[in-house]
Write a protein that binds this ligand. Structure first.
Ligand code: TGC
Ligand code: FAD
Length: 387
């Protein structure tokens, strides 16, 4: 496969610090050397390449913005670039990293006690302990406020009952951040360690994110010590974590789009029809121009959002716009690449079909495209239109 050519039409590289460029280039090189050669077979076999976890840890990609505890303490831009480069390889691997960092390490860092932080974060940064995040339930996806998982007060511990569905990393996790309702019906967060006795069941036969583990978590009278409770009450707890992960997805999806665009440009220059490269046809050029302009816009959104995040002025609706726009954009680019590749685009000799199938999940998880549209609609009008 030819080396990846990253598109940077507006020379946004100029806006990056030398440290950010170095981090981006290290992750790009890791993905090219370690992931690209195996990803098609992982996707075909439905196998998560666990052997790459150590490499992600060495790159500082696990909990990259966390200060201390063996984490890299990087800028939001560096975090975004890491996600972009990983998802350039595969959305499933970016999912793994997002869940570990934004959805498990972040809540421990933000809402955990010193004991939680010292116990879990250093080993999680090294990839020695793997986490998952349980919010969604079989009957409550877009509306987690209806969750039925219950944490019943029982002295110095809770008794946890219920189930969580579609959980990334579920079967390979050593701990789960579980959101459940307490006796007062308020949402609480618990660090549920694997040896407390929760069960997992892998969700098989996916056509999307085949190189990622997706599972159901089952809690039947699981005893969780109260000392494992996070210090946050209500849905703002899980939503604060989602802000971090959705931000990473906005960058990650841009990476998928960049991979597809690169493939479309190089294929169109070499594929001959009617005695000419298909790149010479106006209609094909129009498609390439659409891709370039969409990716450039997404890159600008990411960079400005990173600045807001670093300044602490990013609001959830800023993040919603980036997640909604960039994933939808990436799906369009993956589909257009598939079209430009003709029949070749339906085989896994090329990347676009895998990215396209993966992005269907990415468009749904962490708030569907329409949920983000509704969040933005509420911001514009002041009127919630969820029900
Ligand atoms: P609502 O009444 O609006 O809010 C409840 C409380 O939460 C606060 N809040 C936020 N806080 C921080 N960040 C945000 N983004 C927040 N959004 C809301 C809000 O201020 C309120 O606080 P308080 O103090 O008043 O209690 O909540 P709602 O129940 O009406 O829900 C609104 C809605 C539909 C937008 C929300 O439920 C939603 O975002 N639904 C989508 C669900 C979702 O994204 N699930 C993701 C599951 S995890 C996942 O998909 C991982 S995939 C991982 C991978 O593989 O990469
Ligand atoms: P539903 O909520 O049933 O939505 C179905 C359709 O109805 C969508 O098109 C939606 O936009 C639309 N809809 C719903 N409500 C409205 C409304 N009010 N107005 C208009 N349209 C509406 N969850 C976790 O907790 N942890 C994880 O690690 C995790 N990993 C995942 C990994 C994968 C591969 C996938 C696919 C999902 C994962 N999820 C995870 C779950 C994910 O967050 C949910 O799938 C998502 O929130 C949507 O919920 P749902 O699938 O139940 O769809």
């Amino acid at each position: 496969m030819k080396p990846f050519q990253a598109v940077d039409f507006y020379n946004l590289d100029q806006q990056l610090s030398s440290e950010e460029k170095m981090i981006r280039d290290s992750v790009r090189s890791f993905i090219s050397k370690e992931l690209i050669p195996i990803i098609e077979s992982c996707h075909r076999d439905g196998r998560f390449p666990k052997e790459l976890i150590k490499g992600f840890a060495e790159l500082g990609a696990l909990g990259p913005t966390i200060q201390g505890y063996g984490c890299a303490g990087l800028s939001q831009t560096a975090y975004g670039l890491i996600m972009q480069e990983i998802e350039r390889g595969d959305s499933g691997l970016r999912s793994f990293v997002s869940v570990q960092g934004a959805l498990c390490m972040y809540p421990i860092y933000k809402f955990g006690t010193d004991e939680h932080k010292n116990k879990f974060l250093p080993e999680m940064a090294q990839g020695k302990l793997i986490g998952c995040f349980g919010l969604t339930e079989p009957d409550y996806g877009s509306n987690p406020s209806g969750m039925i998982t219950r944490a019943k007060d029982n002295g110095d511990h809770y008794i946890l009952n219920g189930s969580k569905m579609w959980i990334t990393n579920g079967c390979i996790s050593d701990l789960a951040i579980v959101w459940a309702k307490n006796d007062e019906g308020k949402v609480i967060g618990l660090i549920v360690e694997k040896d407390f006795g929760y069960k997992t069941k892998e969700i098989k036969n996916k056509f999307s994110l085949r190189a990622s583990v997706t599972s159901e978590l089952i809690f039947e009278d699981v005893k969780v010590p109260k000392k494992n409770q996070l210090n946050v009450l209500g849905l703002k707890g899980p939503f604060a974590c989602l802000n971090q992960a959705r931000y990473g997805i906005a960058w990650g999806a841009t990476g998928s789009a960049m991979a597809c665009y690169d493939e479309a440009v190089s294929y169109s220059k070499t594929r001959i029809q009617f005695d000419k490269p298909i790149a010479s046809f106006q209609l094909v050029q129009a498609k390439l121009v659409m891709m370039l302009s969409e990716i450039t816009r997404a890159q600008l959104v990411n960079l400005q959002l990173a600045r807001l995040m670093d300044a602490g002025t990013a609001e959830p609706y800023h993040i919603s716009l980036a997640k909604m726009n960039n994933v939808s954009m990436a799906l369009k680019i993956a589909r257009t690449t598939r079209d430009i590749l003709g029949a070749s685009g339906i085989t896994d000799e090329y990347q676009c079909g895998r990215h396209m199938a993966n992005l269907e999940s990415v468009n749904t998880y962490e708030g569907t495209e329409d949920i983000h549209r509704l969040i933005l609609g509420q911001h514009i009008t002041g009127i919630p239109a969820y029900s």
